[in-house]
Write a protein that binds this ligand. Structure first.
Ligand SMILES: [Zn+2]
Ligand SMILES: [Zn+2]
Length: 140
């Protein structure tokens, strides 16, 4: 598999830069979902991804947390109706972050996994911030 860079428009160029810069904001194309990320920022020093939403909500997602929620059939099993956390075997980092249409993003992880399409609605539903966790009835 050749590693062709993502070529579409300026978002692709910014995302390629994000792979090299220690901290960079990934612009997201205008989304059709009601709530969507306006900023996705890699924070390598804390191994988190900061997501800022169109409604002003923001949270830091640990890389391993995102990897564990990979929604692809390989991780979740065929016929799974709900995305469940599957702890990665070892810590991962996103090598690249790519917009998918205007409804999702995908990651290429350091464990070479790259098939997960993370819909914005999924990302929001697993928001790790305290208030979202308590809304979901999870302890902190
Ligand atoms: Zn997966
Ligand atoms: Zn939240």
């Amino acid at each position: 598999m050749s590693n062709q860079p993502y070529r579409r428009a300026s978002a692709g160029a910014s995302i390629r830069r994000a792979c090299r810069d220690p901290v960079h904001t990934v612009p997201i194309p205008t989304a059709m979902e009601s709530v969507y990320p306006t900023e996705i920022r890699r924070q390598p020093e804390t191994h988190t991804l900061r997501i800022i939403w169109s409604d002003g909500h923001e949270a830091d997602y640990e890389y391993d947390y995102l990897r564990g929620y990979c929604p692809c059939a390989g991780c979740q099993g065929h016929g799974a109706h709900k995305v469940e956390f599957q702890a990665p075997e070892s810590p991962v980092e996103p090598l690249t972050i790519r917009p998918v249409g205007n409804y999702a993003i995908s990651f290429h992880w350091t464990d070479s996994h790259a098939t997960g399409i993370y819909r914005f609605s999924l990302l929001r539903s697993i928001c790790p911030c305290d208030s979202c966790r308590s809304e979901r009835g999870e302890g902190t």
